[in-house]
Design a protein around this ligand. Structure first.
Ligand SMILES: [Zn+2]
Length: 235
C-alpha cells in the first residue's frame, strides 16, 4: 500500500511516498498513523488520521515536532497542549488529520533549541535567541505537509493554528485553507514570555489580554493555595 505524490514549487520539488500505516489507540480515540518517506530529507514525517479524511473542509493540524513539549510536557512552549487539543478536536468531530513534521525547534533542531533556551534564560526572546545562534527566527518548511495532505485526498482544510505564516505557506504550496480554528493554550509563568514574543514578533494570533487575565487568575490561585498552607499570623 504505497502511494507517491509530487509537488513542484519555484523553490523545491518535493515527493512523498506513503510506506505503511498502523492503528494507534489513544485516550482521544483510535487514530491511524501513516508513515511517509520523501525526496527532501531523511526524516520520518507522519500523518495521524481519524475517520475518512478525503474531501473538503477537513479539520487539520500541521504540527512541527517539539520533543520537549510534545513528549516531555515542557511548560516553556504551547506545543504539547496544541497537539493534545487538536487530537481532541479531531476526535470530537470524528474526522481529521494531524500532519506531524520532524522540524524540531522551528526547524533549528533540538541541540540549537537548547542553546536558544539558555539565551532566553538570560533575557533574550525566542526570535533574538535564534538570530544570535546564526539561525533564522523560523526555518520551517511546509511543502512536504502539502504533499502529504494531497496524498490523503484532503481538498481543503479547516486549519488548527494561530500562525498566519503557516496559512500562507500552505496556500503557496497549493493547499486551500477554507477556515482557521484557534488553538490557544493557557499561559503560565514559564511560557508567558515565549507566547508574548510569538504574538508581538511573529504575528501569531494570540489573545494576550485574555492570557494576561488567565495568568493573573493562576497567580492569584497559587497565592491562595500557598496562603492556606501557611500558619496564621499571630495577632
Ligand atoms: Zn514547543
Amino acid at each position: 500500500m504505497t502511494s507517491i505524490r509530487t509537488l513542484k514549487t519555484d523553490k523545491i520539488q518535493a515527493t512523498v511516498k506513503r510506506v505503511t500505516s498502523g492503528r494507534i489507540p489513544t485516550e482521544h480515540g483510535d487514530f491511524q498513523l501513516l508513515y511517509y518517506t520523501n525526496s527532501i530529507d531523511n526524516k520520518e514525517h507522519l500523518a495521524f488520521c481519524l475517520g475518512d479524511v478525503a474531501g473538503e473542509d477537513i479539520l487539520t493540524r500541521v504540527h512541527s515536532e517539539c520533543f520537549t513539549g510534545d513528549v516531555m510536557g515542557s511548560r516553556r512552549c504551547d506545543c504539547g497542549e496544541q497537539l493534545q487539543r487538536s487530537m481532541a478536536l479531531v476526535a470530537a468531530k470524528g474526522q481529521g488529520v494531524i500532519v506531524y513534521l520532524r522540524q524540531e525547534g522551528r526547524g533549528i533542531g533540538l541541540m540549537a533549541k537548547l542553546d536558544a533556551y539558555n539565551l532566553q534564560d538570560q533575557g533574550y526572546d525566542t526570535v533574538d535567541a535564534n538570530l544570535m545562534l546564526g539561525h533564522e527566527a523560523d526555518e520551517r518548511e511546509y511543502s512536504l505537509a502539502a504533499c502529504i495532505l494531497e496524498d490523503l485526498g484532503v481538498a481543503s482544510v479547516q486549519l488548527m493554528t494561530n500562525n498566519p505564516l503557516k496559512i500562507s505557506a500552505l496556500q503557496a504550496s497549493g493547499i486551500k485553507v477554507s477556515s482557521r480554528v484557534s488553538l490557544e493554550a493557557p499561559v503560565n509563568a514559564d511560557n508567558k514570555a515565549y507566547l508574548l514574543a510569538k504574538a508581538t514578533r511573529m504575528d501569531h494570533m494570540l489573545d494576550m489580554s485574555q492570557n494576561e487575565r488567565n495568568i493573573k487568575a493562576t497567580t492569584t490561585a497559587n497565592v491562595s493555595a500557598r496562603g492556606k498552607n501557611e500558619s496564621e499570623p499571630a495577632n
